[in-house]
Design a protein around this ligand. Sequence first.
Ligand code: NCD
Length: 330
Amino acid sequence: MPDMSDHRPATLIPGGAVFPHRHLTGIEGLQPHEIMFLLDEAERWIMPNAEHAAPDKRLAGLTQINAFFENSTRTLLSFEIAGKRLGADVVNMHAAQSSVKKGETLIDTAMTLNAMRADVIVIRHMSSGAVRLIADKVDCPVLNAGDGRHEHPTQALLDALTIRRRRGAIAHQRVVICGDLLHSRVARSNILALTALAAEVRVCAPTTLMPPAIERMGVTAFTDFDAALDGADVVMMLRLQTERMSGGYVPSPREYRLRYGLTPERLARAKPDALVMHPGPMNRGIEIDSSVADHAERSAITEQVAMGVAVRMACLDVLTRRARGVEGWA
Ligand code: NCD
């Protein structure tokens, strides 16, 4: 059972939905209706974003710090754009420029961030659990932008939103997640979100990259990708996370592609209208062939990026409502 002890009493928000959490450190601990609420909130930003519509500066006057202790391109950019679209003053802090390199402890980092009086802090960190630790020490809402192998909640939300829009529903969709499950926070958060929303989740990896007892998360585990793909509605490919690997987890990239690469021939085993997803960055020609990644009808990869901005706008908005005194949060 998720630890709910740190969650404040449920607060009513406009529309009658309930979002009681101060931080977003993971999908774990979120109720299915709370996940759905965040997806519904994200929906409202999709059209304005697509149409460059008149800005809604509801975060004007607020300071958003993006504290990234690990490299990132799209997630950092996505959070920066999301904050700026909503009118926040966005400041980026990169690990390379920070005192972390000089040996500062995580607690000191948290205290420093707190002393800056940010209104919301977005954190990416290479250590699992680091975001929760900082969240416990600061006075403002904290959003996890990926911590070690632990969670990447906004990625799971944007993936769920993409699936819901493209497939019409999440419940009962057969979603195959294939790749480096052992090192993937994206997989963990996606499994938590998709099983909570009643999707049928299949995971597939070589045994060396399969977390032990993963079935306990409510998924079916496969080592044979062809078998896993049978009748799939969604195929989500993961990157081989070589930076998190210390040994020989796979014989060679060529060997890996032969057994676990998403090729057009393999995709034919899924449903004819199956959706192809990848959180990026992709290793083209290893876990996914370019012809599949760029497929006009089947690939949702660029849509995922667009949904990412909408989801992050929703999360920044929802988590700062209490501080902004939005009705229902007093
Ligand atoms: C993922 C991440 O950083 O966890 N990428 C992302 O956020 N877009 C996945 C990865 O690095 O492979």
